[in-house]
Design a protein around this ligand. Structure first.
Ligand code: UFG
Length: 329
């Protein structure tokens, strides 16, 4: 039986496909290549190009392949973009997932792991954040992911499927081979933007806000290596395949770094001075997001292993240095 990966050509999806293929698992990838890249797909995976909301296409994949479980990464994921284009985010993340779920139920596939986000919490009352803390997203991206979680809950109740929702904190880093890594267009994430400076693609990094209630005034985030995220997805699939019940898990290291600390670490890793400019706050940024991942540790047996910021940035640098244009070369 194969595992079906929706969005397996994207950043976290492609790293999970690599981890599954490296572990000798049978993998099928579906991606419409709107934001993903065919070159990011591991050569051992069988690839079907198409949209998760295309009923005929998805039914065809279910008929050709014997699928035991699904891992669903296919979504838009840029917070800023979601604020200006909310309808597209609801359409792509929620409506298309609904269409796919209907096909999944009709084809008798009953296990799914999917990407959720720390953005479901909004501004937390305290850190580390636990899974049952208040969810109050501050942007449409987080809202669509929270709505997806609720849809899965009710569909699971009605149709006997089981799901695991994984709420990632700040996904970062790249595969140790240097063959795949982060490539968004436009790029809005901190670490790839910092690395554009030593790569000669920009002159400085802008630091958004220096008056947050943190030690150095810049926002604190919990950076988690994409390879550790990939491992968590595999553990979640295995958990469901062994009969585990539907559940939601945070995925982070439980340690926070400020924007200035990230820039400093990138200077150390790259040996470049990386000039910085302190500018206005970016709208909708919570001051401090740190995960408690104790539940994933206890129930899934997950333990992040690439947990030093230096290692995370070194792996990202290995990728960006050799692929300054991402996969578009
Ligand atoms: N930042 C800068 N300068 C930049 C880019 C970012 O100072 O040029 C700051 C941001 O203001 C923020 C931090 O760096 O304080 C991290 O920003 P990212 O854009 O890299 O990541 P976010 O924390 O905003 O978002 C991430 C994921 C989202 C997810 C969210 C959960 O990218 O998908 O975490 O809160 F929804």
């Amino acid at each position: 039986m194969a595992i079906l990966i929706l969005g397996g050509a994207g950043y976290i999806g492609s790293h999970t496909v690599y981890a599954l293929c490296e572990g000798g698992r049978d993998v099928v990838v579906v991606d419409n290549l709107e934001t993903g890249f065919a070159a990011a797909i591991h050569p051992n995976a069988r690839f079907y190009k198409g949209d998760i909301s295309d009923k005929n296409f998805i039914n065809g994949v279910f008929q050709k392949e014997k699928i035991s479980s699904v891992i669903h990464f296919a979504a838009y994921s840029l917070v800023g973009e979601s604020v200006t284009r909310p309808l597209e985010y609801y359409e792509n993340n929620l409506c298309k997932t609904r269409d796919f779920l209907a096909c999944m139920v009709a084809n008798g596939v009953d296990k799914i792991v999917f990407s959720s986000t720390a953005a479901t919490y909004g501004e937390p009352d305290e850190v580390p954040i636990m899974e049952d803390d208040r969810t109050q997203p501050a942007n449409p991206y987080g809202e669509t992911k929270l709505a997806m979680e609720k849809m899965f809950h009710w569909v699971a109740e009605a149709h006997g499927i089981r799901y695991v929702s994984l709420r990632y904190f700040n996904a970062s880093g790249a595969h140790e081979s240097g063959k795949i890594g982060e490539a968004h267009n436009p790029e809005s994430h901190l670490i790839p933007l910092i690395l554009q400076v030593p790569n000669g693609q920009s002159e400085y990094i802008s630091i958004f806000g220096n008056d947050y209630p943190t030690a150095d005034g810049t926002c604190i985030r919990d950076y988690i290596h994409v390879t550790d995220l990939a491992t968590a997805h595999i553990l979640a699939v295995d958990y469901l395949e062994k009969g585990g019940k539907s559940d939601i898990f945070n995925l982070g290291n439980g340690v926070g770094f400020s924007v200035k600390e990230v820039v400093d670490t990138a200077r150390k890793v790259t040996g470049h001075p990386i000039p910085q400019k302190e500018v206005e706050r970016r709208g909708g940024d919570p001051a401090k997001l740190i995960a408690s991942s104790q539940k994933a540790v206890k129930i899934l047996g997950w333990r992040p292993t690439h947990d030093s910021l230096e290692e995370i940035i070194s792996s990202a640098w290995k990728w960006h240095k050799h692929h300054p244009k991402g996969f578009q070369e």
